[in-house]
Design a protein around this ligand. Structure first.
Ligand code: SAM
Length: 197
């Protein structure tokens, strides 16, 4: 059955965003103040680009927005796009060629869902372990992180790991998320400089 086009879908169309998910970022940013003017921002899993569009509005002309996705995107003016898999070890090097340190890392990464909940949760966790690894290497001290994860059995252990790396950590399900979705966003503010990096 064809899904009803909801409020955020219509709003995105009207305001020129490529996807309704733009409002998840806009709402989260209003509440947690993650992205500031002139920030250097990295968006992992950025296709089709609505977070890139919203981020660009937030960082302004003197900021930097870099997006990574396995799927090529239609060009977004003033953003740098890397067509790569984040689990590939070379991807970090490709990012570093553009910018060595970022103020913010955001990730809306998700693999195609299989319908098998345990498998989808496991894949989401694997991707987010990689997000955390990349953020560890590329975030400035006091930088911010936003990531999406599907909640499952190992969620609390993952959350503990994030809590070790940031001064402030919070979980949030934004209004623009579909009610039936298991997705939740983790916000990490104030990246703590790692002794080994
Ligand atoms: C929900 S979409 C992102 C939507 C985006 N935030 C927006 O608002 O336009 C999730 C994206 O993660 C990407 N993705 C999944 N696994 C990936 C991986 N290993 N490396 C890079 N991108 C990946 C998918 O290709 C997909 O485009």
């Amino acid at each position: 059955m064809k899904k009803r086009k909801d409020y955020f879908f219509k709003k995105a169309k009207k305001e020129g965003y490529r996807a309704r998910s733009a409002y998840k970022l806009i709402i989260l940013n209003k509440k947690y103040n993650l992205i500031k003017r002139n920030d250097k921002l990295l968006d992992l899993g950025c296709f089709p680009g609505s977070w890139l569009q919203a981020s660009l509005n937030l960082v302004g002309k003197n900021g930097l927005v870099v997006g990574v996705d396995i799927t090529p995107i239609k060009e977004v003016k003033d953003i740098k796009f890397i067509n790569a898999d984040i689990t590939d070890s070379l991807t970090l090097e490709k990012i570093k060629i553009i910018c060595n340190k970022f103020d913010v890392v955001i990730s809306d990464l998700s693999s195609k869902t299989t319908g098998i909940k345990t498998l989808d949760v496991e894949r989401s966790l694997e991707l987010n372990e990689k997000v955390l690894e990349i953020a560890d290497k590329i975030l400035k001290e006091n930088g911010n992180l936003l990531l999406k994860i599907f909640q499952g059995v190992n969620f609390q252990d993952f959350l503990k790991k994030v809590k070790l790396k940031f001064k402030f950590v919070k979980c949030h399900k934004p209004e623009a998320s579909r009610k039936e979705s298991k997705e939740i966003y983790i916000i990490g503010k104030g990246f703590l400089k790692q002794k080994s990096s």
